[in-house]
Design a protein. Structure first.
Length: 349
């Protein structure tokens, strides 16, 4: 009787464990533990939002795919990593082609994978300028997985770029509710508030993000921009110096910039950046978009437009063009028909 009872309990327990194991495998999309480990490592790396980490993430996702060729989420995150490389200075056309290929493979394996549709939406928005197609893909991702932080996050980015700020804030808050520890979610909330010109709220949110992770580099730029838009120049410079320390800029370089700021304020800093950007361009690098933004900061509309048109001619695509209509830093150009022509060519008018 005892043996029978033990056998019965054991069988039920075994069935339960097998079921849980199968559910876990379904959630992970792979039964290969090593592939899953590479996937997790790649995901952590790409979320750091630097080019170096994104390049390492590509290697990890490719290792995961080599171990499991049908690992759909690994292809989706691989697309994300290629997009991040493009955002941080990589060849945007080359990375776009790799991103597109990875998305197509993910969807070929699982056409209902929410993250693959999210990545597709971001690609359509940033590189194809197919904004209607982007929204369809992003909305589908949310519908397929309402509990996906990534789906809500990426839809929020789209909505903010379109100037639909109330909807964007709702989506990014949903992403935060699902994954409150995500530093990217927290920073994107600050971004959205910045584009909505709610600078005090943006600063409060971005300061919270810095507290969560002082080494998350991209938060600092938006904090500096928010203080600058409020006219709090010294505070902006203080946070810029903190950013330079986080990025391990040399003490000599920081001292030089402090001297320039003490003598000439932000204008001196921007003139220094323009000189360096022109030197980079002479050496074969492609800084026209960054150069355009810096010209705007010193009030040189003509050179800003020339740099933007050069960036457009070089087919430098990415999120900067997607937000061209809502970014308050472009306000100086809004009455210029050439700027309106660029907005129209991007497809945002």
């Amino acid at each position: 009787m005892q043996d029978a009872f033990a056998a019965n309990v054991g069988q039920k327990l075994l069935t339960k464990l097998n079921r849980e194991s199968n559910n876990l495998a379904a959630k992970r999309y792979t039964t290969n533990e090593e592939a899953y480990r590479h996937f997790l490592l790649g995901s952590a790396l790409v979320d750091k939002r630097t080019r170096k980490d994104a390049e390492k993430a590509v290697e990890e996702f490719e290792k995961a795919i080599k171990l499991d060729a049908n690992y759909a989420p690994a292809y989706a995150r691989l697309a994300n990593a290629h997009g991040a490389i493009a955002n941080f200075g990589g060849d945007n056309h080359e990375q776009y082609l790799k991103q597109k290929s990875a998305i197509e493979k993910a969807l070929a394996i699982d056409e209902n994978l929410a993250e693959a549709h999210s990545q597709s939406g971001v690609m359509k928005m940033n590189y194809e300028w197919d904004f209607d197609g982007a929204e369809r893909a992003l909305k589908k991702a949310v519908e397929l997985d309402p509990n996906s932080s990534i789906a809500h996050r990426m839809y929020a980015v789209y909505l903010g770029s379109m100037g639909r700020f109330d909807e964007a804030i709702t989506e990014i808050k949903l992403a935060i509710d699902i994954e409150p520890a995500s530093v990217i979610n927290q920073r994107l909330y600050g971004n959205t508030l910045f584009f909505a010109r709610r600078y005090d709220e943006a600063i409060t949110q971005l300061l919270r993000t810095v507290e969560m992770d002082p080494n998350f580099r991209t938060t600092y730029g938006w904090l500096v921009n928010s203080y600058r838009m409020k006219g709090e120049n010294d505070k902006a410079f203080e946070w810029w110096v903190k950013f330079l320390n986080v990025t391990k800029e040399s003490p000599e370089r920081i001292s030089l910039l402090k001297e320039i700021y003490a003598k000439s304020g932000w204008r001196g800093i921007y003139e220094q950046q323009i000189a360096e950007a022109k030197e980079d361009e002479r050496n074969g690098k492609d800084p026209p978009w960054d150069l355009a933004q810096t010209y705007l900061k010193i009030g040189d509309k003509e050179q800003a437009i020339i740099a933007m048109e050069k960036a457009f001619a070089k087919n430098q695509r990415g999120w900067q063009w997607t937000t061209i209509k809502v970014d308050p830093r472009n306000d100086l150009l809004r009455d210029d028909p050439r700027f309106e022509g660029l907005v129209k060519r991007v497809g945002l008018k």
